[in-house]
Design a protein around this ligand. Structure first.
Ligand code: PEP
Ligand code: MN
Length: 348
C-alpha cells in the first residue's frame, strides 16, 4: 500500500502515520517529493488496514499496490528517479560508463581512464573482484584493484563503478567505489542485496541471465526496502538458444521498465552480445528504445585483456562509438525541440 499525504500535511502528521505503520509491525518508507510526501507500507496485508490509515490526519488517499514490488513501481513514485553523480544526472541525461572488464594493473587502468574520459565517458568501470565462470581464470586483483581505481579517479576525476561479490566485502568496496555493482550472477543473492541496501551509495543492479522482469524488479525492491533509493538497473543480456552471440540483449525490458518503474535503466551491449562488432549497433538501438545510458568495455589493447577480450573495444572503436552517440543525442535534442508532440516521443 502507498499512503499519499495531502500537500498541506505537516511533519507531525507524517510522523504519526509512519509511527502507526511501524507500531503494527510493518515498515514505513517515507519519500518526500516536491509537492507531497508519500509513505510506502512494506509488510504483510493483514498488518495495517487501508481503512484505518485513511482516517489519520493529513492522509489524502491510500492506494493498494497489487504488484509484489512497491517501492520500485511508478504507482509508488510517478517521477523518474534521478541520481546526481559528479556532474551527471543519471535518469535524466544519457550516462556513459566505460572501462576494462577487469582492473589488471595501474598502467592499463590509467591509460583506459584517460581514453574514455577524453571521449566523453562520465564514469569509469573496472572489476577488482571478478565473478568468473572458470575457477582457473583471472579472479581480479581484489583490494589492490580498488586502490588502482582510486588512483585513476584522482588522476582523471572520473567516478568509479566496481562490482561487489559478497556482503562481507560491502564496506571495503564502498570505501573506494562511487557506485557499487551487483553482477548478473548475484542478482538474487538476497543477503548481498540487503547489505548494499543499507549503504548510502548508488547501486548498479545487473539483470540475472535467466531472470524475468518481475524477478529483476524484486531484487531492486530488496535494495530499496532497506532504505537505499539510489538503484540503477542494467540489462546485460539473457540466456537463449542463440549461439552466435554470448547472450541475447533483451531491449524489450527498457520501455517496459520505463512504464512500470521510476528507476533508471542502462544497457550493457558488451556482455549482451559478447562481440565487439555488435556493440555499436546495439548501443544505438538501446538509446533508441530509451535507455538511460550504456556500459561499455574498453581496453587499450583488447588482445591482451585478461577477461572478456572478444567484447572489448579498443580506443579507436570507442571513439567512433562515442561520436555516433553524441551525434544521435544532438539529433534527438533538436528533434525534441522541434514541434513534435511530446507524447509521441515519450520513451525515445
Ligand atoms: C561485468 O560487468 O564485469 C560483469 C561481470 O557483468 P555481468 O555480471 O553482467 O556478467
Ligand atoms: Mn566483463
Amino acid at each position: 500500500m502507498v499512503v499519499v499525504m495531502t500537500a498541506e500535511a505537516n511533519a507531525k502528521e507524517i510522523e504519526r502515520v509512519a509511527a502507526f505503520i511501524n507500531k503494527h509491525g510493518a515498515k514505513a518508507h517515507i519519500s518526500k517529493g516536491e509537492e507531497r510526501t508519500i509513505i510506502g507500507v512494506i509488510g504483510y496485508k493483514h498488518q495495517v488496514r487501508k481503512e484505518h490509515l485513511s482516517t489519520l490526519p493529513g492522509v489524502e488517499k491510500v492506494i493498494p499496490i497489487s504488484k509484489p514490488y512497491k517501492l520500485v513501481s511508478r504507482e509508488f513514485k510517478k517521477d523518474n528517479t534521478i541520481i546526481p553523480l559528479n556532474g551527471v544526472r543519471i535518469g535524466e541525461e544519457v550516462v556513459i560508463i566505460a572501462g576494462p572488464c577487469s582492473v589488471e594493473n595501474e598502467k592499463q587502468l590509467l591509460e583506459t581512464a584517460k581514453v574514455v574520459r577524453e571521449n566523453g565517458a562520465h564514469l569509469l568501470r573496472g572489476g577488482a573482484f571478478k565473478p568468473r565462470s572458470n575457477p582457473y581464470s583471472f579472479q581480479g586483483l581484489g583490494e589492490k584493484g580498488l586502490k588502482i581505481l582510486r588512483r585513476a579517479k584522482e588522476e582523471t576525476g572520473l567516478y568509479v563503478v566496481t562490482e561487489v561479490l559478497e556482503a562481507m566485502y560491502v564496506p571495503v568496496v564502498a570505501e573506494y567505489a562511487d557506485v557499487l555493482q551487483i553482477g548478473a550472477r548475484n542478482m538474487q543473492n538476497y543477503e548481498l542485496l540487503k547489505a548494499v541496501g543499507r549503504i548510502k551509495k548508488p547501486i548498479l543492479l545487473k539483470r540475472g541471465m535467466s531472470a524475468t522482469l518481475n524477478e529483476f524488479l524484486m531484487s531492486a525492491e530488496y535494495i530499496m526496502s532497506e532504505g537505499n533509493n539510489q538503484v540503477i538497473l542494467c540489462e546485460r543480456g539473457i540466456r537463449t538458444f542463440v549461439e552466435y552471440t554470448r547472450n541475447t540483449l533483451d531491449l524489450n525490458v527498457v520501455p517496459a521498465i520505463k512504464k512500470i518503474s521510476h528507476l533508471p535503466i542502462l544497457v550493457d551491449p558488451s556482455h549482451g552480445t559478447g562481440r565487439r562488432d555488435l556493440i555499436e549497433p546495439l548501443s544505438m538501438a538501446a538509446l533508441a528504445v530509451g535507455a538511460d545510458g550504456l556500459i561499455i568495455e574498453v581496453h587499450p589493447r583488447p588482445e591482451e585483456a585478461l577477461s572478456d577480450a572478444d567484447q572489448t573495444l579498443d580506443p579507436i572503436a570507442f571513439k567512433k562509438l562515442m561520436q555516433k552517440v553524441h551525434h544521435y543525442l544532438s539529433w534527438q535534442q533538436s528533434y525534441l525541440e522541434s514541434n513534435v508532440e511530446a507524447s509521441e516521443i515519450e520513451y525515445i
